[in-house]
Design a protein around this ligand. Structure first.
Ligand code: ATR
Length: 267
């Protein structure tokens, strides 16, 4: 469920997972009007639906609707995966695990002891921050247009980590040494990039955009100009978070690499 949802590649992904596991599923895009989310979930449940993914702009409403929340979802204060147990609505958030799995397994970049820069302090960053911190980076800087929001996030997450965690504006990251920079601003969706000053990077540094598109995003082009050798969009994250959801619903862990290859090939 989402709005808009027509662009979502999740149905293809889940059908490929289901084919791997020889499970028959129906997984469809459901466009929901703003204001109609709770009713849509109730209708879905009444019609025998068993599980749902939730995307923009309903992840916070989904979190509020849940009777039972996993720890990841509690920390993120947002839910992207729902399932039902009798009448109870259960919720989890697989976005952060999806992002971490993509960076660690698919892109082969360690997070432990690395210096992270997260751009943005909205729902996208809040949804993944807790999971990134579990991988024990050396430091995390959250840089946002509205500095107060970055500082607020830092205050909320500080108790979860021993790492050096701080929030600031974009200008203040000038010359910062970073190993991984992750774009979680909504700017990319409009073909814009945050006004970033130059960073200090080495050959192994990774630039990661949480959104995906058919062609490199504005952020990916910026990273290329800055000299990053490793640059990725968020397609792998999308597939990895879907795999986590699939595991929750079916207790089967699908293979993600062939699914990412198929999506990249445009098949
Ligand atoms: P989402 O759930 O996608 O994260 P959000 O909660 O509205 O959406 O957050 C959007 C994020 O993108 C915010 O960090 C926002 O910065 P502000 O907090 O200053 O609003 C950031 N953002 C959006 N457009 C941007 C732009 N053109 N340049 C830089 N940051 C931008």
């Amino acid at each position: 469920m989402g709005n808009p949802v027509a662009h979502s590649r999740s149905p293809e992904i889940h059908q490929m997972f289901a084919a791997q596991a020889s499970i028959k599923i129906a997984y469809q895009r459901i466009q929901v009007d703003v204001g109609g989310f709770a009713q849509a979930v109730s209708n879905f449940q009444a019609n025998g639906g068993q599980g749902l993914n939730i995307t923009v702009p309903f992840k916070v409403e989904a979190w509020e609707l849940c009777d039972v929340l996993c720890e990841r979802a509690q920390t993120a204060r947002a839910v992207n995966t729902l399932w039902f147990d009798n009448a109870a609505i259960h919720g989890d958030n697989t976005d952060g695990t999806g992002l971490a799995n993509d960076i660690l397994s698919n892109l082969q970049c360690p997070i432990c002891d690395k210096r992270l820069l997260l751009l943005g302090a909205g729902g996208a960053v809040r949804g993944v921050l807790g999971q990134l911190l579990t991988h024990r980076p050396a430091s995390v800087v959250i840089s946002n247009r509205t500095v107060d929001k970055a500082v607020e996030l830092v205050q909320r997450f500080r108790k979860l980590t021993q790492c050096n965690l701080r929030g600031c504006g974009f200008e203040e990251v000038k010359g910062l040494h970073v190993d991984i920079v992750i774009n979680g601003t909504a700017a990319s969706l409009r073909g814009e990039i945050p006004p970033l000053p130059p960073l200090h990077i080495n050959d192994e540094a990774l630039a990661y955009d949480m959104v995906y598109a058919d062609r490199p995003t504005a952020f990916m082009n910026w990273a290329s100009d800055l000299g990053f050798n490793k640059i990725s969009d968020g397609l792998g994250m999308l597939v990895e978070q879907a795999a986590e959801s699939f595991h929750i619903w079916h207790n089967v862990r699908p293979q993600t690499a062939p699914v990412i290859r198929t999506l990249r090939s445009g098949a």
